[in-house]
Design a protein around this ligand. Structure first.
Ligand code: AMP
Ligand code: GLY
Length: 427
């Protein structure tokens, strides 16, 4: 079977790397891909944004003429814009939810109401479409809140505040200064929760749910979880925080009612449902739902997945998840993100990268490219804020992290940096 993966990050490289191992995987295409995906498949020059009839037709045409039997859509933007809907065809499977199902991520106000309707534990929240009403609410609110742009904002639309002044400033940034554009048409103002955050990813085939091993990521830029939020600076899997009992509770009190509520509303959810949870003293609560694999969480999951990802994805897309059994490598996996100088602020691209081959020779190490490109000279250069996701297996998390860090040391480009403390919260 030929496969097309939409996206260009470390998530898509990791998924492609795992799909490649399937005996049924024939040709592997990426649109647009990066320098790493070009080493395991073919990068295509197909526009994926904006999602419109012309671009979707071009992808569909390519798939029909190249025998593509599975399309995997990695990022949330094309899913929210309906790419999965447009690419549905009897001759192929599409892995990724429809726009109406992706709304669980792309519209936080709607998502909150969905959770409330089935009493899924989540942060208490109020939704506002009027900036004046939102400002009045935060001014008189006594406990700290988190102010969130309701729409998609590249993971940066949640502002955690300490007091009423900060909360009012956050409302202004989102609703008046329009820092996140239309994503700020509405805000969700939530009680600020405390506790450790875990990412629970589940495959959903419309009715059945298959929960994957739990991961944790580090969103803040600097060591000790300091500094601004990023797309994720590292992740590990499994996490010792998630006991079997807690996992049962998350499945029965959170995931199952959510999928039931979607079903009740006539929405067939097919793909990955990602629950971002806070483990509060009062039990696990949802802080967000995402409609796709976590990045970099999946870069820590894939090296531990035994078995055939292609079969899993087909079973998800075709509503056969009840036939599936997944085994995990008992070793721990740690993924360390190497970033560009200046990230998450402005950064330069095009810096030449050295040492990849030496880094790859480290024991148990997998190097997934996130923001790289191939220069016309043939050299691999930096092309994004997050450049590599270096994952390593080890007998425990500490060994896995030591290996990943050692491999990162061998990769060189001007301004390269990474956090050496991934996993510190549980070590
Ligand atoms: P989100 O975009 O909703 O995932 O939020 C981004 C980050 O903001 C989360 O990973 C949390 O660290 C933090 N956050 C979001 N909601 C809350 C909340 N209700 N209480 C505390 N922190 C939160
Ligand atoms: N790692 C966080 C996310 O994928 O949203």
């Amino acid at each position: 079977m030929n496969i097309l993966i939409i996206g260009s990050g470390g998530r898509e490289h990791a998924l492609g790397w795992k799909l490649r191992q399937s005996p049924r995987c024939d040709k592997l295409y990426f649109a647009p891909g990066n320098a790493g995906t070009a080493m395991i498949g073919e990068n295509l020059d197909l526009a994926i944004e904006p999602v419109n009839t012309k671009n979707a037709d071009a992808i569909d045409y390519f798939c029909r003429h190249n025998g593509v039997g599975l399309i995997v859509i990695g990022p949330e933007d094309p899913l929210a814009a309906g790419l999965a809907d447009r690419l549905q065809h009897p001759s192929r499977a599409v892995f990724g939810p429809s726009a109406s199902a992706a709304r669980i991520e792309s519209d936080k106000a709607w998502s909150k109401q969905l959770m409330r309707s089935v009493a899924v534990p989540t942060a208490e929240a109020r939704i506002f479409r009027d900036p004046g009403a939102a400002l009045a609410f935060v001014t008189h609110h006594e406990t700290p809140v988190v102010v969130k742009a309701a729409g998609l904002a590249k993971g940066k639309g949640a502002i955690v505040t300490a007091d009423a002044d900060e909360a009012a400033a956050a409302v202004r940034r989102i609703m008046i200064d329009r820092e996140f554009g239309d994503a700020g048409d509405a805000v969700v103002i939530e009680e600020r929760l405390s506790g450790q955050e875990v990412s629970v990813l589940a495959l959903v085939d419309g009715r059945s749910i298959y929960v994957l091993d739990t991961t944790q990521d580090h969103k803040q830029a600097f060591e000790g979880d300091q500094g601004p939020n990023t797309g994720g600076m590292g992740a590990y899997c499994p996490t010792p925080l998630m006991t079997d009992e807690l996992m049962q509770q998350v499945e029965s009190e959170i995931l199952v009612p959510t999928v039931d509520a979607l079903h009740r509303d006539g929405i067939t959810y097919r793909g990955v449902l990602y629950a971002g949870l806070m483990l509060t003293p009062g039990g696990p609560k949802v802080i967000e739902y995402n409609c796709r694999f976590g990045d970099p969480e999946v870069q820590a999951l894939m090296p531990r997945l035994k078995g055939d990802l292609l079969e899993l994805m087909l079973a998800t897309a075709e509503g056969r998840l009840d036939e599936v059994e997944i085994d995990w490598d008992p070793r721990a996996c740690c993924c360390v993100v190497m970033a560009s100088e200046g990230y998450p602020g402005p950064y330069e691209k095009g810096r030449v990268i050295e040492g990849l081959e030496q880094a790859e020779q480290e024991d148990g190490v997998f190097i997934f490219h996130a923001g790289t490109a191939t220069h016309p000279s043939g050299k691999v250069v930096t092309d994004g804020g997050r450049v590599f996701n270096v994952s390593a297996l080890g007998s425990d998390l500490r060994e896995a992290r030591d290996r990943a860090n050692a491999a990162c040391e061998k990769i060189g480009y001007e301004g390269a940096w990474f956090r050496r403390d991934i996993g510190h919260r549980v070590l």
